[in-house]
Design a protein around this ligand. Structure first.
Ligand code: 8OZ
Length: 366
């Protein structure tokens, strides 16, 4: 029986252990370029078996928050190269999280200050972050316009281009497609945000079509073994809602099983919140079974509110990887602390979004 601290091969990557740093938005990338201190931040955490980058926009249209990074301009890729070189120097592994926010955006962040795009012109009951005089300010997301059918292939190409750039110029070991938390791909999946009547709306097959087209393009671009995906069946983040998530997500993972993906990353419950939602029951074991029974061989990564004890139990129960979000911000040596059952340092919420080195690269090790 493997433990959290045993090595594992994920796709084509040998990992030193099964502890993963989850993607964490930090809003410290002016002009969407990761700052020099991002190299320090990620390298400090390189004893994780795998680091997943903060969510990173595949295009200007995919941007939804102030000072989040991108993968669509050469200067952004140069910035990421500094990060991935530092991580590799520290013997770590890092994949890029590919992000298009869809309706979770604001005119100020969009090309020509246009409306954000979404499957349907339905506003999210959600907030985004703009920076005002350097301080994070939460503002309501804007009313999106519905994407035209003819625009979808261009977005699929943007994902594939970003994936190729991430592993070539960016130096990443692979990518994770952000299919979670109420962003564009999750908006297409779920009935609350997808009211389309064409081939991309209505039935489960239709609502999953766009995500699967994106996955096919990324897999064609960089190979399935370098491609993972993150899903959040019942999250409440960003107003995400589906009227019947169990068959939807079992269908999605059965389709994903057709590729030899590196991993499937599942957020259990409400992102950053309760793991159990009384009004949104979900059977994660059944979802995993659907994936395995369809021949899916990727690593199964679980997330949300894990501590050491819960993580050890998850591995005993058959998860392959456990990702840790906020505890990784304040505990750069999280692997050691989990191994030694040492206390975890508390996160300073005031420095979570925006700012510089403080609350970013100054959390001490044991
Ligand atoms: C927190 C703040 C802004 C963005 C996610 C990318 O929830 C995010 C995010 C989280 O996936």
């Amino acid at each position: 029986m493997p433990t959290l601290f045993d090595p594992i091969t994920v796709g084509d990557l040998p990992l030193a252990n099964r502890v993963v740093m989850a993607p964490l938005t930090r809003n410290r990338s002016p002009n969407a370029i990761p700052p020099d201190i991002a190299a320090t931040y990620y390298a400090q955490r390189a004893t994780a078996g795998l680091l997943i980058s903060e969510a990173t926009a595949i295009s200007h249209q995919g941007q939804g928050y102030a000072d989040v990074p991108g993968l669509y301009h050469p200067d952004q890729l140069v910035g990421w190269r500094r990060v991935t070189d530092a991580v590799h120097e520290a013997k770590g592994r890092i994949v890029a999280q590919l992000w298009h926010v869809g309706r979770i955006s604001h005119h100020e962040l969009q090309p020509n200050h246009g409306a954000p795009v979404a499957p349907s012109a339905v506003v999210a009951n959600a907030k985004t972050v703009l920076l005002r005089n350097g301080a994070a300010e939460f503002v309501p997301t804007a009313l999106p316009r519905a994407l035209e059918l003819a625009e979808l292939p261009g977005i699929v190409r943007d994902y594939a281009t970003a994936a190729r750039n991430a592993v070539t110029l960016g130096g990443f070991d692979g990518v994770e497609v952000h299919g979670a938390n109420g962003y564009l791909l999750d908006q297409f999946l779920k009935s609350g945000s997808n009211h389309r009547t064409d081939a991309y709306g209505g039935s489960i097959e239709n609502r999953a079509r766009f995500m699967l087209e994106v996955m096919r393009a990324v897999v064609d671009g960089i190979g399935a073994k370098k491609t993972g995906i993150r899903l959040s069946p019942v999250t409440t983040a960003n107003d995400a809602f589906d009227s019947n998530p169990q068959p939807l997500f079992e269908y999605v993972v059965r389709e994903l099983a057709k590729w030899d993906l590196s991993y499937v990353h599942v957020i259990e419950g409400a992102t950053g919140g309760p793991r159990e939602l009384p009004d949104r029951p979900f059977d994660y074991a059944a979802m995993k079974r659907a994936y395995r029974e369809a021949g899916g061989k990727g690593a199964w990564m679980v997330n949300n509110g894990y501590d050491g004890a819960l993580a050890k139990k998850a591995i005993e129960d058959g998860a392959d990887l456990v990702s840790f979000g906020r505890s990784y911000i304040s505990n750069p040596d999280l692997v050691r602390r989990l191994r030694e059952d040492a206390p975890l340092a508390k996160l300073d919420k005031a420095t979570l979004y925006g700012g510089g080195a403080k609350g970013y690269i100054d959390y001490p090790t044991l």
